[in-house]
Design a protein. Structure first.
Length: 240
């Protein structure tokens, strides 16, 4: 696997981060009233003198609304998460194409020109190589490691491992195609250039250049010119 990103976390680091993090309940409140000059403390306020939005921890929002009850005539509070230990990632740091609706947690490494499609869920510690596409509604579990120039098909699940601490992550090599709705289980390694057929359940390592299918997945052939023509990535989709 090409070392395109260098932010891989081990299990102990993830467990320590979650254990030691201050659990937060992020929320936002839409408020109206006589808001001019009010002090919102640590909360972020965006709006004007009679209407605006507060963002921050739920407890602080509730405290502030109570404090300013005489001047806030209406409010609607929306809770975005509950006792969350890991925030969502700052998407601006990635040189990648990330479409609306993708959920990416903090401490995820994403290589240059990768593509993350709508509905993808990527958990803490995952690593995604350059020019790899994570298609719609994929799930990449904690510490999943995906190589460069891969395509992980829509609805595929790459199992994650945070506990037990001894569990090994899934490692997918460079140039791998994982078909739609396939599942790659804990600890499995998929070699460079391999193809996992749609709907396959992969429970054992896949050698480089092999094509596997079925449940559990078995080798059905080696990648050939016909396979390559059907699985070749489109570089134009990976240009930012």
């Amino acid at each position: 696997m090409t070392n395109t990103v260098n932010d891989e976390m081990n299990t102990e680091e993830i467990i320590r981060l979650i254990k030691e993090s201050k659990k937060k309940t992020p929320a936002r409140a839409f408020i109206s009233g006589d808001l001019k000059g009010l002090d919102w403390g640590e909360l972020r306020f965006v709006g004007g003198s009679d209407f605006g939005t507060l963002k921050g921890d739920l407890a602080l929002i509730e405290e502030s609304l109570k404090k300013h009850a005489s001047r806030v005539t209406a409010s609607d509070v929306e809770v975005l998460a509950r006792n969350s230990a890991v925030p969502l990632a700052d998407l601006s740091k990635y040189e990648a194409r990330i479409e609306p609706g993708a959920i990416i947690r903090d401490r995820v490494a994403i290589g240059k020109n990768a593509v993350i499609m709508m509905g993808a869920v990527i958990n803490i510690g995952a690593v995604i190589g350059e020019s790899t596409m994570i298609d719609m509604n994929c799930v990449l579990g904690g510490r999943a490691r995906i190589g460069a120039r891969c395509h992980i098909g829509a609805g595929a699940v790459i199992a994650g491992v945070v506990e037990p601490a001894s569990a090994q992550p899934v490692v997918i090599g460079d140039g791998v195609l994982v078909g739609g709705n396939a599942v790659v289980l804990e600890g499995v390694q998929v070699g460079d250039g391999a193809v996992v057929a749609a709907g396959a359940i992969v429970t054992e390592d896949v050698p480089a250049g092999a094509v596997v299918a079925g449940s559990p997945a078995k080798i059905i052939k080696q990648v050939d010119d016909k396979t390559i023509s059907k699985t070749q990535i489109v570089e134009d989709l990976r240009k930012i």
